[in-house]
Design a protein around this ligand. Structure first.
Ligand code: HEM
Length: 403
């Protein structure tokens, strides 16, 4: 088979149009099938629409509000408390632990024992799933890694997923018997799928991968955004101390700091699509059938035509032209637009009054918790980038908390 024609779009306007094309099918996770086969972000056309419509029922404003106001704050407080008590934390590890706790509650993965050991076991599975989803970047033997991920999925199912399904089925039985109000059911993806399993008829292994995918889609992206935002906020101490103070006290401003961080450092630097037919973008770019398109998010999000001449700079005061999102294209757009966007980053505060109903998002709420606890970089141990990653991930980020 000859290599496909490769095309890249890098301007904001063209990337936005590319995301909207219905004849472009997901291509980013082809190698990651072991976790990603048949999960939402990999479906196309009618299959995607049916699953998305069902899962959208969970990701509504009332659920987001409940998560942000009721369910997440105690999880954030409980995850942070032992570190604050110790007077120090390592933000990279903390971020994964924290965001996995939040993602587990959204996905619907129970931890009945509630012990740290149990959380660390789930965390270990999550790390293997991430390797499975990003198999294309794996430098070792792909088949061996695939087998390892498949075995981890089965073990995780036995240990965590099957009991989570059994508990939810029992609750759904009670609702059907009229002994439990439907509003008392957990609000998570797994419950949503089980409640409507007569509509989609998903085989058990697809449910398994879908929940594993939600766990990693929610945890990894939010964790990196959390650490990177704190880095930008801490850096304000040197040249904009008044902004640092504002980030500590004004959650709307902190939300803008998160959006600006996510714009400059999208969790995936590119999106990819296969052309199912010849596609022509309004700028004249032609993508022939069978070609693979790379949407360069890193470049599009720094396009001066959309974000101004200082597009490369971190500026939470940035004024944007109409139709340009403050996070750029970091949450995608079109059919695969991130389902967790409002949950993670809230609703754009620009251009409307921020009232008591406003959603700030769990990343700003979690960043604020670290600032409220007085967290600041450990002067004795500067942060270090992960030498094994070309994506600019932090490897270690030690912080200290005052007594
Ligand atoms: C800062 C945090 C996040 C970022 C930057 C992010 C980014 C993205 C991007 C770029 C896409 C589109 C992929 C594509 O078009 O190929 C996407 C899709 C998706 N995201 Fe997120 N995400 C974040 C948080 C979350 C959270 C918290 C959840 C779950 C609760 C989530 C669940 C999903 C799902 C299920 C999809 C697939 C949607 C579909 O195909 O219809 N994400 N995300």
């Amino acid at each position: 088979m000859s290599d496909p024609v490769e095309i890249t779009v890098a301007s904001y306007a063209s990337a936005r149009e590319a995301f909207r094309q219905k004849e472009l099918r997901q291509a980013l996770y082809d190698e990651g099938d072991v976790v990603m086969a048949d999960v939402l972000v990999n479906l196309h056309g009618a299959d995607h629409r049916a699953r998305r419509r069902l899962e959208n029922r969970l990701f509504r404003k009332d659920t987001h509000r409940r998560y942000e106001r009721e369910l997440f704050p105690p999880i954030v407080a409980a995850t942070l408390a032992p570190h604050v008590a110790e007077g120090r934390a390592e933000l990279v590890g903390l971020s994964h632990e924290l965001m996995m706790n939040l993602a587990a509650s959204t996905a619907g993965v129970d931890r009945p024992l509630g012990t740290r050991h149990e959380t660390m076991r789930l965390y270990a599975y999550l790390m293997v799933f991430i390797q499975g989803a990003t198999l294309a970047h794996h430098t070792g033997d792909h088949d061996a890694k695939r087998a390892e991920v498949r075995a981890a999925l089965e073990a995780w199912d036995h240990e965590f997923l099957a009991p989570s399904i059994a508990r939810r089925r029992a609750l759904i039985d009670q609702v059907e018997a009229g002994t439990l109000d439907e509003a008392e059911l957990p609000r998570d993806v797994l419950t949503t799928l089980l409640l409507h399993d007569g509509e989609l008829h998903l085989p058990p292994e697809v449910v398994r991968r879908e929940i594993a995918f939600f766990l990693l889609a929610g945890a990894h992206t939010s964790a990196t955004a959390f650490v990177r935002t704190l880095h930008h906020v801490f850096a304000m101490a040197d040249h904009r101390p008044e902004d640092l103070e504002r980030a500590r006290t004004d959650l709307t401003f902190l939300q803008r700091c998160v959006h600006e961080t996510v714009r400059l450092q999208p969790s995936s630097p590119v999106a990819m699509r296969w052309a199912l037919a010849d596609v022509e973008l309004p700028d004249g770019t032609t993508i022939p059938e069978g070609a693979r398109l790379t949407i360069d998010l890193m470049a599009a999000n720094r396009d001066p035509a959309a974000f101004g001449p200082d597009a490369d700079a971190f500026d939470p005061h940035r004024v944007l032209p109409g139709g340009v999102a403050p996070w750029g294209l970091s949450f995608g757009l079109g059919m695969h637009a991130c389902i967790g966007q409002d949950l993670a980053a809230g609703v754009d505060p620009l251009g409307h009054e921020v009232d008591e109903d406003h959603l700030f998002g769990l990343v700003p709420v979690a960043v604020r918790a670290v600032l409220d606890a007085g967290g600041r970089p450990d002067p004795a141990e500067p942060p270090a980038l992960d030498p094994e990653s070309s994506r600019g991930y932090w490897g270690r980020y030690p912080v200290v908390f005052p007594p």
